[in-house]
Design a binder for this molecule. Structure first.
Ligand code: KIV
Length: 265
């Protein structure tokens, strides 16, 4: 099989076929993800919390993201590798360009992900016009947790929901190739996924998005502390990492994960 590209994900969306994504931070897990049919390996800045033991993603540096992206890229032959731009590495379009260039040239990322709505339009446009594939991220924005005051479901009232839909359309219009929606009501995720022609990947956003992503350590049950309610421990169901990954991919493709108990209304 050849490497997953933006065109592959668009075709899956058009065909109504769901795809699975997972975070990855090193070559060994990336290889297992790749072999299990995960379409997208996301080098998330969640590594600050699950690998480094920080209490947020804010301390993660660009050099650390480049290092982990390079490891993941070595383990993936098929999965598309997307890397997070860490906190304050994209505060201006020019800084975003320099940071994205390093993630792609030194880390081997095929796409970069950034958090934020309308305020990021100019940056997304600048990146897209210069050939940088961009994944936008709306809903719960972990890099802004100190400003917003916690990890909570977003877009619950109608004003916030309309604003998120408008932001999603603005991101697509600016040239984003993918969108991640984190921790939002499933009805809103469904509306946004239907309104956009780019693929939408949900985490804690119900089963109606085009793809699903989870933090690898959450779905293997090895995250310290409480697992988010929208995740599931596939390792305890199956007994091996390889089988857990395959079960996740199969359930996402079949539309049986996430179930109602992993979704918000
Ligand atoms: O950093 C990360 O792992 C992410 C996912 C939660 C989507 O951005």
């Amino acid at each position: 099989m050849s490497r997953v590209t933006i065109a592959t994900l668009r075709k899956l969306k058009q065909a109504g076929e769901k795809f699975a994504a997972l975070t990855a931070y090193d070559a060994s897990f990336a290889r297992l993800l790749d072999e299990s049919g995960v379409a997208v390996a996301l080098v998330g800045d969640s590594l600050g919390m699950v690998l480094q033991g920080e209490d947020s993603t804010v301390p993660v540096t660009l050099d650390e993201m480049i290092y982990h992206t390079r490891l993941v890229r070595r383990g993936c032959e098929q999965a598309m590798v997307i890397a997070d731009l860490p906190f304050m590495s994209y505060a201006t379009p020019e800084q975003a360009m320099n940071s994205a260039a390093r993630l792609m040239k030194e880390g081997g990322a095929q796409m970069v992900k950034l958090e934020g709505g309308s305020v990021m339009v100019e940056t997304v446009r600048a990146l897209a016009q210069r050939g940088v594939p961009v994944c936008a991220h709306l809903g719960l924005l972990p890099q802004s947790v100190h400003k917003t005051g916690g990890y909570r479901v977003q877009g619950r009232d109608s004003e916030a929901a309309e604003a998120m839909l408008a932001d999603a359309l603005a991101m697509e219009q600016a040239g984003a190739d993918l969108l991640v929606l984190e921790c939002i009501p499933r009805q809103l995720a469904r509306r946004i996924s239907e309104a956009l022609s780019i693929p939408v990947i949900g985490i804690g956003a119900g089963s109606d998005t085009d793809g699903q992503v989870l933090v690898l350590y959450d779905m293997l049950g090895i995250t310290s502390g409480k697992r988010p309610s929208f995740s599931h421990d596939f390792l305890s169901d199956t007994g091996s990492v390889a089988a857990a990954l395959v079960a996740y991919v199969q359930q996402v493709r079949a539309g049986s994960f996430p179930a109602d108990e992993h979704s918000f209304d």
